[in-house]
Design a protein around this ligand. Structure first.
Ligand SMILES: [Zn+2]
Length: 254
């Protein structure tokens, strides 16, 4: 058997411009992000969009031996102002997963700004739900509505096909996976903080989240396909236990 081809998939949220401050524990500084992207370029890995990676995982395209994917969740305005210019300068393709209910909120992209950047051929726009819920805690019809409505909103706005999705909080169950497929998505990204690979699930691609406190050396190791576990099949017991805990907390609040 040939050795497994590993595919690091990095997940970023806000990229804080130099000179600005952020208290968001997920925000990565512009300098840190630039260093990560220079490491990606120096690694010689080929950046794939979510759609390209999905096609490789389904065997429709050969998976490059050294692939990587760069993804961004939620739709922060600083993606257009800070991250994308760095990606473009280094000729790195990426995917931006938009939470459509966040449009025009403070610090988030406007529909017009998204339309502008969507013209960038190296950028894929995917959906990330309407209201950013833990989808696996919703009933099936609500999960489907989040998946369908966010897709339709983006397709109507951009006039292009949206067939990639990222689960908010990475949360998904078998039922969520079915809802996503029923809504017409063929690619979906999870979190797992693991390295994806050639036999990963194209509807639950593993990603590694880079946050404020992540050390640059660790990002470099993940780019090298070490520094995080290899994605596993199915969901861990721990994930199911976590869902139960979140359900109990949601019940306690309502
Ligand atoms: Zn998100």
């Amino acid at each position: 058997m040939s050795p497994q081809t590993l595919v690091p998939v990095l997940l970023y949220h806000s990229i804080t411009p130099t000179g600005a401050e952020s208290r968001d524990p997920f925000a990565v500084s512009e300098a840190g992000f630039r260093e990560d992207m220079e490491a990606v370029q120096a690694s010689g890995r080929v950046p794939l969009t979510a759609r390209q990676l999905g096609a490789c995982l389904r065997g429709e395209q050969p998976l490059p031996e050294h692939a990587i994917a760069l993804t961004f969740d939620d739709g922060f305005a600083d993606f257009a102002d800070v991250a994308l210019p760095i990606l473009d300068k280094l000729s790195l393709s990426s995917t931006l997963f938009m939470t459509t209910g966040y449009f025009d909120q403070p610090g988030m992209l406007s529909p017009a700004a998204l339309r502008d950047i969507a013209a960038d051929a190296s950028l894929e726009i995917g959906a990330h739900s309407v209201t950013h819920p833990h989808l696996d805690l919703l009933d099936a019809s609500k999960q489907l509505k989040e998946a369908v409505d966010s897709r339709k909103h983006l397709e109507d706005l951009l006039g292009m096909t949206v067939d990639s999705f990222a689960y908010p909080h990475g949360s998904h169950s078998r039922r969520t996976r079915s809802a996503i497929a029923e809504a017409g998505y063929i690619n979906a990204h999870a979190v797992k903080n693991a390295i994806s690979h050639q036999t990963d699930d194209c509807l639950a691609v593993a990603r590694f989240t880079v946050v404020t406190d992540t050390e640059r050396e660790q990002v470099a190791r993940v780019i090298g396909a070490t520094g995080a576990p290899i994605s596993w099949k199915g969901e861990r017991l721990r994930t199911r236990g976590y869902r139960l805990a979140r359900r109990l907390m949601a019940g306690a609040r309502s």
